[in-house]
Design a protein around this ligand. Structure first.
Ligand SMILES: *[C@@H]1O[C@H](CO)[C@@H](O)[C@H](O)[C@H]1NC(C)=O
Ligand SMILES: *[C@@H]1O[C@H](CO)[C@@H](O)[C@H](O)[C@H]1NC(C)=O
Ligand SMILES: *[C@@H]1O[C@H](CO)[C@@H](O)[C@H](O)[C@H]1NC(C)=O
Ligand SMILES: *[C@@H]1O[C@H](CO)[C@@H](O)[C@H](O)[C@H]1NC(C)=O
Ligand SMILES: *[C@@H]1O[C@H](CO)[C@@H](O)[C@H](O)[C@H]1NC(C)=O
Ligand SMILES: *[C@@H]1O[C@H](CO)[C@@H](O)[C@H](O)[C@H]1NC(C)=O
Length: 655
C-alpha cells in the first residue's frame, strides 16, 4: 500500500469522523439524544428540558457522540458554530423561572450538579473551578446577586462557572444599529447563534426572534481563547434546572458544526409548540362548551322555529282540490297578507268567525279573509265545490268570492275588500255620516238586484240564507253588495249532517224556515223584507227590552194598522226623504215578511215595485190585516225548540 493511499484512507477517516460530529435536528422526533433527569422529547418532536413535575430537578439533553474540538490533546480549539430555536414558557407571566444553557462539557451530563439550581450545571463547591472544563451560554431569567447577574432577562457567556464572563440584556441589533429588547420568557420562539472563531479566539453570541435573519451585529462578542477550557473531545447539549414552579423549556431545532458555520435550520419543518397553557385551556374548558352550547341552542331554536312556522302555516290540501287550483289560496300568502291575522287587521267578528283585512303579497290586491271554523270533514268536498261555484258568480251587487284555503278545523274564504264596510254600522253605530234616503234606496235596489241574480240570474238557484244589514257591504260608491252568500250552508256541512239546523240570524228567519229547517227563495225574501224595514226604520229587527222584546215587524205593522206607517221611519232622516218611496219600502217590507210564503212576492216583483214598474197591491188585499196572526214569526220563535247551542251561536252572529 502506497503512502498516498494510506494518507487518503486516514483523510477519509478524519472526514467521516468530522461528518459525524456535524448534525442538524429540525425537530427531535428521530434524534438519538442522551437525555438526563426530567428532559424528554414530546410526541411531535419537541425537546423539552423539563417535564411537568413540580419536583426540583435538572434536565439535560446531549448529543450522544463526542465532538472533537482539538486535533491534539494540548492543541487549540477549532472553530465551531451552533444555532438553535427555543421557547420558554413560564406557568404564569408573573412567575420568575430559572433559565437554561447551551453547554459544552466533558461528559454527557454534568455529574454532581445541584438539582434545581446553577442551571443544572454546577454545585456550590465546583462552581467557577477551572477543573470543570465547562463552556456555557446561559439564557438566564433570574437575577442572582451571587453571580453578579445584570438583570433577570439576559444572555451570558459562562466559563467554568455561573458568574458570566460577559453578559447582555436579551435583544438584538437591527442592521441600522437599533436595539430591540426581547423577553426570554415571553413564550415566543427565538433563535440563538453561538460562533467561535478558533483563529481569532472570538466568541460571538447572537439572538433574534424566529423568522428574523441572523443579525449582523452579535449581542455578545467576547475575545477569549477556549483552549484551556474545552478538551479534545467534548459533549454538547442543553441543561436546565426546574425551580419549584416549573416553566417549560422547549428546544425546537438544533444544528452544530465544527470548522464551519452550522447548517441553517429549516424553520418550516420545526415541530409546533403546544397550544398556550392556561388561556388555551380556559378557552377549551369554558369557551368551547359554551360555544357548543350556543351553537346547539341556536340550531334547536332554529329547528323549533322552522317546525312551528311549518305547523303554523300548515294547510289541508286533498287530491280532489287540485282541480280548484286557481281558487285555492296558500295559507302562507293569507298569513302574510293579514300580517299573521293580527287584531289590527280585524274587520269584524261574527257567529261564523272573524274577518280580516289583508293585502296579497305579490298582486297587492286588497282582500277580506273570513275565517270559518268547521269541525268535521264530512261534506267539506261538497261545500268546497259549492264555494267554487259561488266563486264564479259575478255581479256588481255581490261581493266577489275570490277563493278559499283550508286548514285543520278552519276554512278561510277570500273576498274582495269593501272599503266602506258593512251597512249596519251606518244604520246603528251612528257615525258622523249616516246614509241619506237616496243612498239607502240605492242600497236597497242594489241588494234586490244582487238577490235577483242569485235566485234567477244564474244556471243554479243560489239561496243566500243570511240576508241582513251586517252582510251588506258598501263599495267605494256606496253601492250595496251582498256578501257571505251560501255561508249558511257551511253550518249544515260543518256540523253533524244528520240534524238539519236552522241557519241564519234570529229576527230574519221566516216562520216556515224555523219550522221545517228548509231554506228557499221565499225565506230569502222574508229576510229581505226585514232588511227593508231595518234600512227604512234604522232599527234592529229585535230590540231587546227590559220587560219585552220589541219586534220591528210587529211595530211597523202596528204603525201601519194605525194608518200611520210613516211614523216607523228612521227619525235620523229628519224630513229628508220622499214620502211615497218611504211608504213603498215600509209596505214592501211588511209584504215580503208575510207569514205565508205564498203571499210573499218574488225578488223580480220586488224589483219591479221598487222601480215603479209595477204598482204595489194593497196590503189588505194580500191577507195582511189587523187580525194580527198573519205576521207569524212570533209563533215560530215560541213554538220551536232550538238546539240551544245553535241558537246561541246564531244569536251571537246577529250583530
Ligand atoms: C417526568 O420525568 C420523570 C423523570 O424522568 C418521570 O419519572 C415522570 O414520569 C415524568 N413525568 C411526566 C409527566 O412526563
Ligand atoms: C444512540 O446513541 C447511543 C450512544 O451513542 C448508541 O449507543 C445507540 O446505538 C444509538 N442509537 C441509535 C438508534 O442510533
Ligand atoms: C499537555 O500539557 C500537559 C500539562 O499542561 C502536559 O503534562 C502534557 O505532557 C502535555 N502533552 C503533550 C502531548 O504535549
Ligand atoms: C460537586 O460536583 C463535583 C463533580 O463535578 C463532585 O465531585 C462534588 O462532590 C459535588 N459537590 C457537592 C457538594 O455536591
Ligand atoms: C430594554 O431593556 C433594558 C434592560 O431591561 C431597559 O433598560 C430598556 O429601557 C429597554 N428598552 C426598551 C425600548 O424597552
Ligand atoms: C463576531 O462578530 C464580529 C462583529 O462584532 C464579526 O466581525 C466577526 O466576524 C464575528 N465572528 C464570528 C465567528 O461570527
Amino acid at each position: 500500500m502506497s503512502v498516498e493511499i494510506l494518507f487518503l484512507v486516514s483523510l477519509l477517516a478524519v472526514l467521516t469522523y468530522a461528518q459525524e460530529t456535524d448534525f442538524v435536528y429540525n425537530g427531535f422526533r428521530s434524534a438519538n439524544l442522551s437525555l438526563d433527569g426530567i428532559a424528554g422529547i414530546t410526541s411531535n418532536g419537541l425537546l423539552k428540558l423539563n417535564n411537568d413535575t413540580s419536583q426540583a430537578q435538572e434536565g439535560q439533553a446531549f448529543h450522544p457522540d463526542p465532538v472533537q474540538f482539538k486535533n491534539l490533546p494540548n492543541g487549540t480549539v477549532k472553530s465551531f458554530s451552533t444555532t438553535f430555536v427555543f421557547a420558554v414558557r413560564p406557568p404564569d407571566a408573573s412567575v420568575r423561572v430559572n433559565g437554561f444553557a447551551f453547554v459544552v462539557a466533558p461528559q454527557r451530563g454534568l455529574p454532581g450538579s445541584l438539582a434545581g439550581r446553577y442551571l443544572g450545571m454546577f454545585n456550590e463547591t465546583n462552581n467557577g473551578k477551572s477543573s470543570n472544563h465547562v463552556f456555557g451560554v446561559e439564557l438566564d431569567t433570574i437575577q442572582s446577586p451571587q453571580f453578579e447577574d445584570i438583570n433577570d432577562n439576559h444572555i451570558g457567556i459562562d466559563l467554568n462557572g455561573l458568574k458570566s464572563e460577559k453578559a447582555a440584556s436579551a435583544g438584538y441589533y437591527q442592521d441600522n444599529g437599533e436595539f430591540n429588547n426581547l423577553s426570554l420568557i415571553s413564550g415566543q420562539q427565538m433563535q440563538v447563534w453561538v460562533d467561535y472563531d478558533g483563529a481569532d479566539k472570538l466568541i460571538n453570541v447572537t439572538l433574534a426572534p424566529i423568522h428574523v435573519q441572523k443579525p449582523k451585529t452579535p449581542l455578545l462578542s467576547l475575545p477569549w481563547d477556549l483552549s484551556p477550557i474545552i478538551n479534545e473531545n467534548m459533549y454538547v447539549g442543553f441543561s436546565a434546572s426546574a425551580g419549584s414552579l416549573v416553566a417549560s423549556y422547549y428546544v425546537l431545532g438544533w444544528s452544530f458544526s465544527v470548522n464551519g458555520e452550522a447548517q441553517a435550520l429549516d424553520l418550516s419543518r420545526l415541530p409546533k409548540l403546544p397550544q398556550i397553557g392556561k388561556e388555551t385551556s380556559k378557552v377549551l374548558t369554558i369557551g368551547l362548551p359554551l360555544m357548543v352550547l350556543f351553537v346547539v341552542s341556536v340550531l334547536i331554536l332554529g329547528a323549533v322555529y322552522v317546525i312551528r312556522r311549518k305547523r303554523k302555516l300548515a294547510e289541508v290540501l286533498e287530491d280532489w282540490e287540485r282541480e280548484y287550483g286557481p281558487h285555492r289560496f296558500k295559507y302562507k300568502d293569507l298569513y302574510i297578507a293579514t300580517k299573521g291575522f293580527q287584531d289590527q287587521e280585524l274587520l269584524g267578528a261574527g257567529g261564523f268567525g272573524q274577518v280580516y283585512r289583508g293585502i296579497l303579497p305579490i298582486s297587492n290586491l286588497e282582500i277580506a279573509v273570513k275565517t270559518v271554523s268547521h269541525e268535521s270533514k264530512q261534506g267539506m268536498r261538497e261545500f268546497v265545490a259549492e264555494i267554487i261555484t259561488i266563486g264564479r258568480l259575478r255581479h256588481r251587487n255581490l261581493v266577489a268570492l275570490l277563493g278559499y284555503c283550508r286548514r285543520k278545523r278552519e276554512l278561510l274564504l277570500v273576498y274582495d275588500y269593501m272599503p266602506n264596510g258593512s251597512l249596519d254600522k251606518y244604520l246603528y253605530n251612528q257615525p258622523k255620516v249616516t246614509l241619506n234616503w237616496m243612498q239607502r234606496l240605492r242600497v236597497i235596489k242594489g241588494v234586490a238586484s244582487g238577490l235577483l241574480y242569485l235566485h234567477e240570474g244564474w244556471e243554479q238557484v243560489v239561496i243566500h240564507r243570511d240576508i241582513k244589514a251586517s252582510n251588506i257591504l258598501l263599495d267605494t260608491e256606496f253601492n250595496g253588495r251582498l256578501g257571505d252568500f251560501g255561508l249558511a250552508r257551511l253550518h249544515d256541512h260543518g256540523t253533524d249532517p244528520q240534524t238539519t239546523h236552522v241557519a241564519g240570524t234570529i229576527g230574519y228567519l221566516a216562520p216556515e224556515h224555523v219550522r221545517t229547517g228548509k231554506a228557499t227563495r221565499s225565506t230569502d225574501v222574508f229576510a229581505f223584507g226585514v232588511f227593508l224595514l231595518e234600512v227604512a226604520c234604522g232599527r234592529r229587527p229585535i230590540k231587546r227590552g227590559d220587560t219585552e222584546d220589541v219586534i220591528l215587524l210587529d211595530w211597523v205593522f202596528s204603525c201601519w194598522d194605525r194608518g200611520a206607517i210613516l211614523e216607523a221611519r228612521d227619525p235620523k232622516l229628519g224630513l229628508e226623504f220622499v214620502e211615497e218611496e218611504m211608504e213603498l219600502v215600509l209596505k214592501l217590507g211588511l209584504m215580503c215578511s208575510h207569514a205565508n210564503p205564498l203571499m210573499r212576492p218574488s225578488v223580480r216583483q220586488v224589483l219591479q215595485y221598487l222601480e215603479g214598474d209595477l204598482p204595489m197591491p194593497e196590503l189588505s188585499s194580500i191577507g195582511i190585516s189587523s187580525a194580527g196572526s198573519t205576521v207569524g214569526h212570533r209563533e215560530g220563535f215560541d213554538n220551536l225548540a232550538y238546539s240551544s247551542s245553535v241558537a246561541e251561536s246564531l244569536l251571537s252572529g246577529g250583530r
